[in-house]
Design a protein around this ligand. Structure first.
Ligand code: NAD
Ligand code: AKB
Length: 322
């Protein structure tokens, strides 16, 4: 029997795109999607799907055995803004999910793990510009604390138990195939939907809040690239810095205005402003470039052009179907 891949959290922003890309590369039968809720029609129709609560260790084990899983991409988590609303639930989910998967690899039941970290591991005392790989990490959000702890555990499991775990500190990700999932950088996804539907958007971050971001296509490519790299090239087993584009709400709204005549942006900062203010503005990802040949492709203009074409098309198709 062939080795198969399990994606946990396949209904979210990353999962929605990652499953389809993995199925293109490895074949529909070899990539099993899973989540606590059903995934997109495209995922449900193109391969196998399992309902899985990742905190349910027994069910996880039975799925791994049933499908002969050798690799897990663990995407299930509570993101920064939602995590602040229910801190103990977020901590439990973000940590328990990781331990359940790390322990499968420790017991040699699976061979390789992808687990995403985030720019949220940085905090207010971290240098903000071109934040280096090794620097001060004093996050002040429950999400950031869970990601930093997760990074330490990944490195520990690699050193002590030879677990092949690979990780990226994603910046804020922007894609058109799914809806935002409770993060602080998600304004940069919402803004596209509102621009097309209402020609207006009220940003929950102030106009000059610059954050590190990345187009989803670049992020998916990085994810698969780090997983396919030879093990000896992956010299950092906590998590790698990854950089795409940095911009603020004003800059992205200027770009969107070129596609939507009369587009208006207003600003009404809420609790997410404090989270954003604690994060870097740009990232130095030289070690990802050096170790596993990473290079981002999308700039703000090309990303905005692609988001606009695809989202306008998606809304048009949805209204044609009514
Ligand atoms: P998302 O919130 O869009 O998706 C998470 C998915 O996990 C959802 O489909 C949800 O139903 C599922 N889930 C929640 N609880 C579950 C459980 N108990 N069992 C199984 N599934 C469960 O998140 P995303 O944006 O796709 O992010 C995926 C991962 O990448 C997370 O670890 C996140 O921290 C990380 N990340 C994301 C970004 C980003 O900008 N999207 C940036 C940095 C890191
Ligand atoms: C969030 O805003 O919580 C995420 C992230 C940067 O980890 N998008």
């Amino acid at each position: 029997m062939q080795d198969n891949i399990l994606v946990v959290g396949s209904s979210g922003q990353i999962g929605t795109e990652l499953v389809l890309e993995l199925r293109k590369i490895y074949g529909n039968d070899r990539v099993i999607a899973s989540d606590i809720v059903r995934s997109s029609q495209e995922i449900m129709n193109s391969g196998q799907f399992e309902i899985l609560d990742i905190t349910d260790n027994k069910k996880l084990l039975s799925i791994v055995k049933k499908h002969n899983i050798s690799q897990i991409y663990l995407l299930a988590a509570i993101l920064s803004a939602n995590a602040e609303k229910n801190i103990s639930f977020a901590w439990d989910l973000n940590m328990k999910s990781l331990f359940n998967v790390l322990n499968l690899a420790k017991e040699k039941l699976i061979k390789k793990i992808f687990w995403p970290s985030s720019i949220a591991v940085f905090g207010p005392t971290t240098p903000k510009n071109l934040t280096p790989q090794y620097t001060i990490t004093e996050p002040n959000t429950v999400y950031g604390i869970s990601k930093l702890s997760g990074e330490r555990w990944c490195e520990y499991y690699f050193n002590k138990f030879n677990v092949d775990v690979r990780s990226i500190r994603y910046p804020g990700l922007i894609g058109w195939k799914s809806n935002p999932g409770g993060g602080t950088t998600d304004y940069a996804v919402e803004i596209f939907h509102q621009a097309i539907q209402k020609k207006a958007y009220t940003s929950f971050l102030s106009e000059h809040t610059t954050l590190p971001m990345m187009y989803m296509t670049d992020a998916i490519r990085a994810t698969i690239q780090i997983m396919e790299a030879p093990s000896e090239n992956i010299k950092i087993r906590s998590s790698y810095n990854l950089a795409g584009i940095s911009f603020n709400p004003k800059e992205i709204s200027n770009e969107i205005s070129k596609h939507i005549e009369g587009f208006k942006i207003n600003y009404s900062a809420d609790f997410r402003q404090e989270i954003a203010d604690s994060w870097p503005q740009s990232i130095n990802d030289s070690l990802s470039r050096e170790h596993w040949n990473w290079k981002s492709k999308y700039n703000l203009k090309i990303m905005t052009d692609e988001m606009m074409i695809n989202l306008k098309n998606k809304y048009k198709l949805a209204s044609d179907e009514k």
